[in-house]
Each structure stands twice: as structure tokens, then as C-alpha cells.
Design a protein around this ligand. Sequence first.
Ligand SMILES: NC(=O)C1=CN([C@@H]2O[C@H](COP(=O)(O)OP(=O)(O)OC[C@H]3O[C@@H](n4cnc5c(N)ncnc54)[C@H](OP(=O)(O)O)[C@@H]3O)[C@@H](O)[C@H]2O)C=CC1
Ligand SMILES: O=C([O-])CC(=O)C(=O)O
Length: 272
Amino acid sequence: MDMAGSLRVAIGGLGAIGGHLARALDGGVEGLSLTAVAARDQGKARQAIAGFRTPPAVVPLADLATEADVVVEAAPAAVFETIAEAAIARGRIFVPSSVGALLPRMHLIDRARETGARIIVPTGALLGLDAVRAAAEGPVTSVTIETRKPPRGLEGAPYLVENGIEVLGLTAPRLVFKGNAFDAARGFPANVNVAAALALAGIGPERTMVEIWGDPGVTRNTHTIRVEAAAARLTMTIENVPSEENPRTGKITPLSILACLRGLTSTLKVGT
Ligand SMILES: NC(=O)C1=CN([C@@H]2O[C@H](COP(=O)(O)OP(=O)(O)OC[C@H]3O[C@@H](n4cnc5c(N)ncnc54)[C@H](OP(=O)(O)O)[C@@H]3O)[C@@H](O)[C@H]2O)C=CC1
Ligand SMILES: O=C([O-])CC(=O)C(=O)O
């Protein structure tokens, strides 16, 4: 907490997610104050915060956790571990964006249990994780997610490169991946964090099934969840407007994280 009793927030990464979130926090959010940021290019980061009302410290990734109660990860999956380990070692609240990177690192949850840290996965670019969590308190038969992205939003994914799948020239929708959430997150680390979040909310990454389509007919990153459970059947679709900074990332993602952070301090909290 800072002297005004606000939760101190640090953000690793200042791109489509981190940049938007930093500006929103600097604009003033009750109960939250932005104290530190990190990016690869420190000069660019200093420029990005130059006009802020209260400029945060620009620090190396591993130091974010010394400056804050809540550490938001909004960087490429490749540096997830550096941010996560430091935050968890210090017993902070860790809010990951690169949720797919959590799936092969579930030991971080055991470590958090030891240190008193919490890992809070935001709904991010997805929807309906409240209903999925509720359904998963009872028996669940199946959980699937179908993701459709404009081809440029999938370009360069390791699974496509390894399998020689070219998406940029597509003239019709193509199913480029079908498998479980664990393999989807490994093959598409910058594209299907939503599948990882869904898996964690519901029945786990081995049983959560994923289809990824390169679709030249869509302009939005579109995710449809289907859940068959004893208590309810859910079918939900979200159509995300790609952000200008990074077409892989829907504009709703930083808004979801902001809503998640508000929920850490608000008196009235709505939703599971
Ligand atoms: N959970 C969800 O629903 C969603 C999750 N995501 C995921 O969130 C993450 C962030 O996405 P997004 O904001 O679009 O990404 P961007 O590419 O727009 O921004 C990434 C940021 O990370 C910084 N960065 C890169 N490398 C390093 C490094 N080695 N050390 C420190 N900082 C570094 C970059 O700094 P610089 O500019 O200096 O290079 C940049 O500020 C991604 O993993 C993405 O897949 C995205 C959408 C939805
Ligand atoms: O739709 C989006 O904005 C991003 C996305 O699929 C993900 O990273 O999981």
C-alpha cells in the first residue's frame, strides 16, 4: 500500500496491453496507484510515461515486484518467468496476460502457496469465465473453444512455422490447429492465451479442446466457447477489435485487466 492506502501496481511491458493500462491508471483509478513499469527499450518506456501526471519508476523486469503490491505481466511469453518468479517470491498479487505461459509452469502455484502470493488470471480477451467456473463446481462433460483470427493475427506462430503452414495468402477459412489447450498454448504462445484461461477456469488444459482458424473473412479476433455441463449448456462468442499496436491483441484485453484490478479494491464487486 502507498501512503494514501492505495494498492501499488507495477506493469511489465508497455505495448498494446501495458501501455493502455498504464495510461488508464495514471488517469486515476480509486484504490490503485501505478508505481513502476518495465519494457525492453527503457528509453522508449521513459518517453511513453513522460507526460504522465505521476510518472512511475522505469525498472528492470525482475525489480517490478520490489515496487508494488500487484505485478501485471503484459510482455511476450518469453519473459513471463522473470516477472512471475520475482512477484511470487515476494508474495505479491501476480496478474498474468501471457496465460499460456502459465500452463507448463504450474509449479508456480505451489510456490505461491508457500510465499502467500496470489495468481489472478484475468478474463482478458475472453468472456464468460464466471459461468465456466460456476459450471465446473459441478460435473462438466466438455469444454471447447473455437478461435478465428484474420490471418495476420496468426502469422509467425511457432506451430505454423514448424508445420510449414502459410496463412497470409488464405482466400477461405482454414483450420490450422485442432487439439488440447496445452498444445495450443505451446504452438501459439502469442495467440491463444484465452484457451489457457478457459482451461484454468474449467476442466484443465488436457481436456479443454481448441480449434484455431485462419479466416480471411473476419476482421475481428473471434472466440466461441461451448460448455456442456450438468448444470447448464453455454455457448458464447466474443468478437474483439484488434488493437492498433498489436493486431494479435484485442482492444478489450487491457480493459479486462483494469476491471480485474478494480475488483481487488472495490467495495462492490460484481461477477464471480
Ligand atoms: N490474456 C489474454 O486474453 C491476452 C493476452 N495477450 C498476451 O499478452 C502479452 C502482451 O501482449 P501485448 O501488450 O499485445 O504485446 P506488445 O507486443 O504490444 O507489447 C509487449 C511489451 O513487452 C515489452 N517487452 C518485450 N520484450 C521484453 C523484454 N525482454 N523485457 C522487458 N519487456 C519486454 C515490449 O517492450 P518494447 O516496446 O520496448 O519492445 C512491449 O512494451 C502477450 O504475451 C500476448 O500474447 C494478448 C491478448 C489477450
Ligand atoms: O483475441 C485476442 O485479443 C487475443 C487472443 O486471442 C489471445 O491472446 O488469447
